[in-house]
Design a protein around this ligand. Structure first.
Ligand code: PBG
Ligand code: ZN
Length: 323
């Protein structure tokens, strides 16, 4: 039935109607807030490329996590800045490492929020690479064992869920079996299954002090041009035991989120990464875009594409708006 019988504007005429017929909603419970933990005490150091985000020492992190929880946000994703880095990334699987200390403190002091850990070596290797490097190669199989040790150490310290972001082949399986052998059968794995070699990670490398000293990450992260390959990555991770599938970045890859949502039953998470955040914050600070409008629009777009869970540096600001 065409105009004038049909008028699309009828259901847009007032706020109550618009709220009633809205197809997609956001809820703070579905947000995961990424946080950076460093050594020391009393540290709250702003990340210049990500205004409003900080490196926290454990004592200050605990305090901040309480306010994150009180906003109704479902989880925190922890990244560590170790006191020192080496070739074997020992800080990643040190039971007294900075993330492990943070987990114990958060478990004790801030119950009721999900503690999730990023599993990768790049924050802990002196060369900033995600795995063990020999010559100019990032070695796959040698790295798996260390990733499994890191995940296990995090689970022991209190991680409720582990999230491997390294993109080595076989890491979900290696982590699953290490967790299972040690009594952590019920610790879920949220896999960064589809992680593109993206320029949008730029600000994060300052935040986590994890820029590669040489080369780049294209030998393990995906080519932004590929979509069918994303489906293969997801299938492999599901076979290896991934409980939640993540796509990263989010905004430039909405088609990938939708494709996975349509083909798989597992929950889908999307990571709105540092560069997506910083680009909007910078444009808004110039007066070129309006906050909070573009923030909420960017998040609703990711939900509408099919993500169940959103990792976002906007979690707190968005949760405040959602009330
Ligand atoms: C570590 C890791 C990265 C991000 C999450 N985990 C950086 C990278 O792969 O270079 C990026 C997150 C962001 O940009 O917000 N492998
Ligand atoms: Zn990495």
């Amino acid at each position: 039935m065409a105009f004038p019988v049909t008028r699309s504007r009828r259901l847009r005429m007032n706020e109550i109607l618009r709220n009633m017929v809205r197809e997609t909603r956001l809820s703070p419970e579905q947000f995961i807030y990424p946080m950076f933990v460093c050594s020391g005490e009393g540290v709250k150091k702003e990340i210049s490329a990500m205004p409003g985000n900080y490196q926290w020492s454990v004592d200050r992190l605990v305090h901040e996590a309480r306010s994150v929880k009180s906003l109704g946000i479902g989880g925190i994703m922890l990244f560590g800045l170790p006191a020192k880095k080496d070739d074997a990334a020992t800080g990643a699987y040190d039971d007294n490492g900075v993330v492990q200390e943070a987990l114990r403190a958060l478990k004790r002091e801030v119950p009721g929020i999900l503690l999730i850990t990023d599993v990768c070596l790049c924050e802990y290797t002196a060369n900033g690479h995600c795995g063990i490097v020999k010559g100019d190669e990032i070695c796959n199989d040698e790295t798996l064992e260390l990733l499994a040790r890191a995940a296990l150490s995090q689970a022991k310290a209190g991680a409720d869920m582990v999230a491997p972001s390294d993109m080595m082949d076989g890491r979900v399986g290696a982590i699953r079996s290490a967790l299972d052998k040690n009594g952590f059968q019920n610790t879920p794995i949220m896999s960064y299954s589809v992680k593109y070699a993206s320029g949008y990670y730029g600000p994060f490398r300052e935040a986590a002090d994890s820029a590669p000293a040489f080369g780049d990450r294209r030998s393990h992260q995906m080519d932004p041009a590929n979509a069918r390959e994303a489906l293969r990555e997801v299938e492999l991770d599901i076979e290896e035991g991934a409980d939640i599938i993540m796509v990263k970045p989010a905004g430039p890859y909405l088609d990938i989120i939708r494709m996975i949502r349509d083909r798989h039953e597992q929950p889908v998470a999307a990571y709105q990464v540092s560069g997506e955040y910083s680009a909007l914050v910078a444009a808004a600070s110039m007066g070129w875009l309006d906050m909070p409008g573009v923030m909420m629009e960017s998040l609703i777009g990711i939900r509408r594409a099919g993500a169940d869970i959103i990792l976002t540096y906007f979690a707190k600001e968005a949760a405040k708006i959602l009330g």
